[in-house]
Design a binder for this molecule. Structure first.
Ligand SMILES: Nc1ccn([C@@H]2O[C@H](COP(=O)(O)OP(=O)(O)OP(=O)(O)O)[C@@H](O)[C@H]2O)c(=O)n1
Ligand SMILES: C[C@](O)(CO)[C@H](O)COP(=O)(O)O
Length: 242
């Protein structure tokens, strides 16, 4: 893949945000007064390598999301498309891929729910795809020990069946980066429910590599994550003041 390869980003933003509690769809909730989705779009458009962002909106929310993008300042060098999403993250990513025009050889998939990923992480992923990896994931080592359990009904103690060696585990983030043809093939061939796109490429038997993630690329999932996101933004504002 050459440095001339053009990069597009698909942002799945069609989730409801059930774990965040009642309210608007998660991507539309505000952080420091600005919708999470706008933070995520800006984080992608900050990379000079990104020339198209495809936002996958809640199924009946595409016109509203289009208006939202029109109403917020976004870099002029980046084009934007909005398409309706599906019932699962996988379906939503697929809808974004289907909308991609020709001419983009590298595709990133980035959760709207990771609004604060720094641009260096985005560029690191793109660079690794340009260097020839068909699939790239940013990731961090774990702080906790992880146990594999035999699931039981809620409230029942769960027997531990294994303790994977922590030093070999990574917590995977987005944006995940792909050679476009590989990602399209993965979405066409893999029908199992998976929780990220890279695992679909793994199922094709193709290599996936890890590059450094960033602690500010965390996923806003539960209410406490909103507190952390506001704190990160406050720290950025304070640092910008100096
Ligand atoms: N049908 C879906 C489900 C999820 N997503 C997107 O996938 C990303 C990661 O999903 P997650 O954080 O799990 O978001 P939700 O599905 O909204 O969260 P929850 O499971 O708590 O409802 C989010 O940007 C979310 O909007 C999507 O585009 N379409
Ligand atoms: C893609 C992802 O963000 C990588 O960690 C994660 O798997 C999304 O999971 P969710 O089930 O949509 O929360």
């Amino acid at each position: 893949m050459s440095s001339e390869s053009r990069t597009a980003v698909v942002i799945p933003a069609a989730g409801r945000g059930v774990r965040l509690g009642p309210g608007a769809p998660k991507a539309l909730r505000a952080l420091n007064g600005t919708p999470m989705l706008i933070h995520a779009v800006r984080a992608m458009a900050e990379s000079r390598a990104v020339s198209l962002v495809v936002v996958v909106a809640p199924p009946d929310g595409a016109p509203g999301v289009k208006t939202l993008l029109d109403d917020h300042a976004l870099p002029e060098r980046t084009d934007f498309l909005v398409v309706p999403g599906g019932e699962s993250r996988q379906e939503s990513v697929r809808a974004g891929l289907d909308a991609l025009p020709p001419g983009f050889d590298i595709v990133l998939v980035h959760d709207a729910a990771r609004p604060l990923v720094p641009v260096d992480t985005v560029d690191g992923v793109i660079e690794a795809v340009r260097d020839g990896a068909p699939a790239v994931v940013p990731a961090l080592p774990l702080a906790d020990t992880v146990k594999q359990v035999e699931p039981r009904e809620a409230g029942q103690p769960e027997p531990v069946v294994a303790t994977p060696e922590r030093a070999r585990l990574r917590a995977v983030q987005t944006p995940q980066g792909f050679d476009r043809a590989t990602l399209v093939r993965a979405h066409e061939s893999v029908t199992d429910n998976v929780t990220d796109d890279a695992s679909m490429v793994e199922q094709l038997g193709l290599p996936v590599v890890v590059v450094p993630g960033h602690e500010e690329a965390f996923k806003v999932t539960r209410p406490l994550d909103l507190v952390l996101a506001e704190a990160v933004l406050a720290r950025r504002r304070a640092n910008d003041g100096f």
